[in-house]
Design a protein around this ligand. Structure first.
Ligand code: DCP
Ligand code: MG
Length: 369
């Protein structure tokens, strides 16, 4: 569900827990305090770091880094296995706190959410005071610290929550927006990844202030349709409403193998358990979605990767055979040993596509009348 676009001044909070998994681990084992530690997979099983403590970050360790590399950078690093149930429960507690302030919440991940408090009467409507209370309540009740950004839109609220991390609060009031954005490095802009940032830097554009010298036409010539968006964001404008109910667009499972798969045959034998896992997960949501496409992902031993997808035809063979055929084609693109395989499906949301009502109607007629 998307709320209607309003032109009224919004008051948005972006809340993001600090080193989330690690904060939860430290809460449950205070001897970890101040130490370089991480949550992730074992180096000898080719695991990766999910997150690491701020002490570990000083050595250059970061999320998504291979654990063996993290240990090379930081030999004393303690790597703990993930306890997802505990993190989920901490996340639920955080959300219960958010709900005291507003029902307009857009969750982005377990530890991160936008809150639209434009119409909240708590704290006499002060976003700053609500942010302080939320930080304190999460600390008291969940036992971890969060950082909060307060701003008139989503783009700036997210930048702000990162500004004074950890345990930081950053407020950008409407009259501070122009000054704040003027100095903002372009890589902080929502949607600007490494490639776009490099392209901007190569033109000498380092900050949003510099970006403002260019017209939307020029920016569109360089960046396609994203150019127009860049033009707006460089002025601190972002009219995106909160997505209050984020629906799934795809479902996938993937596996990193302990040892590289060397040839096509060994790849094909791995497809069955992956597809079974995917089917099992799909069962849980099959009343709400139908599938439109299947896709596969192959990551080679040099970390390059490729994905391939195809429409799902109505008269299909066993789905496993389809995934096998697709994986073979994807593998042939690199023709190298493989460290990771993934299989997935793109989903059609039956609720928003109107098919749910039809299905319900059909079932009621068929079943009862
Ligand atoms: N996570 C993960 N793999 C990644 C990135 C993150 O498993 N590549 C998990 C672990 C993080 C959690 O998601 O604890 C939240 O991700 P964040 O990006 O918010 O990172 P942190 O909360 O760990 O640190 P920060 O203080 O920078 O927000
Ligand atoms: Mg976080």
């Amino acid at each position: 569900m998307q709320e209607p676009n309003q032109s009224v001044q919004r008051k948005i909070l972006h809340v993001d827990a600090d080193a989330f998994y690690c904060s939860v681990e430290e809460r449950d084992d205070p001897t970890l305090k101040g130490k370089a530690f991480a949550v992730g997979g074992k180096a000898e099983r080719r695991g990766v770091i999910a997150t690491c403590s701020y002490a570990a970050r000083k050595s250059g360790v970061h999320s998504a880094m291979a654990s063996y590399r993290a240990l090379r950078l930081c030999p004393d690093l303690i790597i703990l296995p993930a306890r997802f149930d505990v993190y989920k429960s901490a996340s639920r507690q955080m959300h219960a706190i958010f709900h005291r302030y507003t029902e307009r919440i857009e969750p982005l991940s377990l530890d991160e959410a936008y809150l639209d408090v434009s119409h909240s009467s708590n704290c006499q409507g002060s976003g700053t005071l609500m942010a302080r209370e939320i930080m304190q309540s999460v600390l008291d009740e969940v036992g971890i610290s969060v950082s909060v950004g307060v701003a008139p839109n989503k783009f700036l609220a997210k930048v702000a929550s990162d500004w004074n991390k950890p345990n930081g609060l950053c407020v950008i009031t409407p009259d501070q927006v122009q000054d704040f954005v003027f100095e903002l490095p372009v890589e902080k802009i929502h949607g600007v990844g490494k490639v776009t940032a490099q392209k901007l830097h190569s033109k000498g554009i380092m900050t949003c202030g510099m970006l403002r010298q260019y017209s939307p036409v020029e920016l569109c010539r360089w960046f396609g349709s994203f150019g127009e968006r860049l033009w707006e964001l460089a002025r601190g404008e972002d009219n995106r409403a909160l997505e209050l109910d984020r629906r799934r667009k795809s479902l996938s499972v993937e596996h990193t193998f302990d040892a590289d798969l060397q040839d096509e045959q060994s790849i094909l034998t791995q497809v069955k358990p992956l597809v079974e896992d995917l089917s099992r997960r799909f069962q849980a949501i099959r009343n709400e979605y139908s599938v439109t496409k299947r896709f596969v992902k192959v990551k080679f031993n040099d970390f390059s990767q490729t994905t391939l997808e195809e429409m799902i035809e109505s008269d299909e063979l066993a789905p496993e055979a389809h995934f096998q055929a697709l994986l073979t084609r994807a593998w042939q693109r690199g023709n190298k040993p493989v460290r990771l395989l993934g299989v997935g499906v793109r989903l059609l949301d039956l609720r928003t596509s109107g098919q749910m009502q039809q299905l319900e109607l059909f079932e009621r007629r068929g079943g009862r009348i």
